[in-house]
Design a protein around this ligand. Structure first.
Ligand code: PLP
Length: 459
């Protein structure tokens, strides 16, 4: 505990004077009264005045077992007594080794190599560069495989490589002149199908589009990149069942790689440890971050196969080294938090106990269908999106300036819940450890806020 700290008003003033917040309209931020989160406890956050809030978005999609979990707290303290940081450049350390072994054990079969970095964007960036380099130096090189396929609405992080893959106009359009071109496949988003089709009559024509795209660029695609099962930042877009399996089959048929960005969906979020498991898919690259440390510390991992590794497994003189690394990649404190996070999954049988919570969320979501401005409800595991629309019939969106989603978020805060909507899609993503009463309370608050904010908003 800090022995003394400036009072809340001083902190707010200093924040406004010196901080620049991520993905934040700073003038709006300055106009509101910044909330100072000082402590956490399980699924709750506590502000500087002692008010409690449910953590409805797991502190940005990463908290898994709750805040101040005794097992994870203790593991970090224990690691701290040994060493806080050393490097994997030319050295190794026990926690990173043990974690690599345990990640391989739990990941889809065949992913046997772990490359560490420190955030989700780098986990994907590493996969892109590894795939690109692999084709140039594998035994029978295919250097013309230098392009990537990404989906509409894709979000893979904020580095220039990841932004190139990005398909969220609001985030990515500004930077187009800086980016490398990608081949864009349609987002498998059934509520707003970009092909204008309807399930199930469509026969998943969006998959045929990927097939066509790869067929039109024979031997030119290094990898297809996907957020498997659920596209997060696109608005919690749940893919139709069988899409991922179909995509894996198509990438194999065209002899290209599949990169699975499980930064958001990994570590139990969709109901299984990894989302790829749900369709029995092993990708060529599996990108992990966010939940890997239980939402405690920045750590990321890119897993790949022995086949990929073998193409890099040479002496310095051969010039095949992967010339990429991050100072804090595989940091011991982060690795200790990650090992403890995996241990808690077992000790608390987190995944086994998730089912009833997923069902409770499902039934509570159904109530929203009665609200006239709820256009679509999407859920997989303990991850849901509630899409608010101006007009249900036409699916017309609210005008942007009305900030309907943001207003629901602000009202929820007054009622003791913190959520961060994506535009007018309300994101429901609490820690997996949330209990039934808290889940009920969270859904009560969201329901009330949606009603209050959208009532009387005529089309
Ligand atoms: C959050 C996210 C990222 C980026 O992770 P950072 O740790 O914020 O860099 C990448 N991919 C997906 C799917 C994400 O949700």
């Amino acid at each position: 505990m800090p022995t003394s700290r400036p009072d809340s008003d001083t902190l707010r003033r200093w924040d406004l004077d010196h901080l620049w917040h991520p993905f934040t309209a700073q003038a709006d931020w300055a106009a509101a009264s910044p909330l100072i989160i000082e402590r956490g406890e399980g699924a709750e956050l506590i502000d500087s005045d002692g008010n409690r809030y449910l953590d409805g978005v797991s502190s940005l999609w990463c908290n898994v077992h709750g805040h101040r979990h005794p097992t994870i707290d203790a593991a970090i303290r224990e690691q701290l007594d040994a060493i806080a940081h050393t490097t994997l450049l030319g050295l190794t350390h026990p926690t990173a080794v043990e974690l690599a072994r345990q990640l391989v054990e739990r990941a889809p079969g065949g992913l046997t190599r772990v490359f560490y970095s420190d955030n989700g964007a780098t986990a994907v960036e590493v996969a892109l560069k590894m795939a690109f380099q692999y084709w140039r130096q594998k035994p029978d090189p295919e250097p013309e495989r230098s392009q990537f396929v990404a989906l509409g609405g894709a979000y893979h992080g904020d580095t220039i490589g990841d932004v190139s893959l990005g398909g969220v106009d609001r985030f990515h359009t500004m930077f187009r002149p800086l980016l490398f071109p990608v081949l864009r496949a349609p987002i498998p988003f059934c509520y707003r199908c970009p092909l204008g089709l309807e399930r199930p009559d469509c026969g998943m024509a969006c998959l045929d589009e990927v097939d066509r795209l790869l067929g039109a660029h024979p031997g030119q695609v290094a990898a297809v990149v996907i957020e498997p099962i659920v596209q997060g930042a696109a608005g919690i877009v749940v893919h139709p069942e069988g899409y991922l399996r179909g995509l894996r089959e198509i990438t194999r048929r065209h002899g290209t790689f599949l990169i699975a960005d499980e930064v958001a969906v990994g570590f139990g979020r969709t109901g299984s440890m990894f989302a790829c498991e749900q369709e029995g898919v092993t990708p060529d690259f599996l990108c992990l971050a966010k939940g890997i440390t239980g939402g405690y510390l920045p750590l990321a991992a890119t897993l790949t196969t022995e086949e990929v590794f073998a193409a890099f497994n040479a002496s310095a003189a051969d010039g095949k080294t992967f010339q990429h690394g991050h100072t804090y990649g595989g940091n011991p404190l982060g690795a200790a938090a990650a090992l403890a996070t995996l241990r808690v999954f077992e000790e608390e049988r987190t995944l086994e106990r998730l089912g009833p919570k997923v069902e409770l969320l499902r039934s509570r979501l159904q109530e929203f269908a009665a609200l006239p401005h709820v256009g679509d409800l999407r859920q997989r595991g303990l991850m849901a999106g509630i899409e608010l629309v101006l007009d249900r019939e036409s699916k017309a969106e609210f005008p942007w300036h009305r900030q309907v989603g943001a207003r629901v978020g602000l009202r929820a805060r007054e009622l003791g819940l913190l959520i961060r909507p994506l535009g007018d899609v309300l994101v429901v993503m609490p820690p997996l450890s949330i209990d039934h009463d808290q889940l009920d309370r969270m859904m009560d608050i969201i329901f009330r806020c949606v009603r209050e904010v959208t009532e009387g908003t005529e089309p």
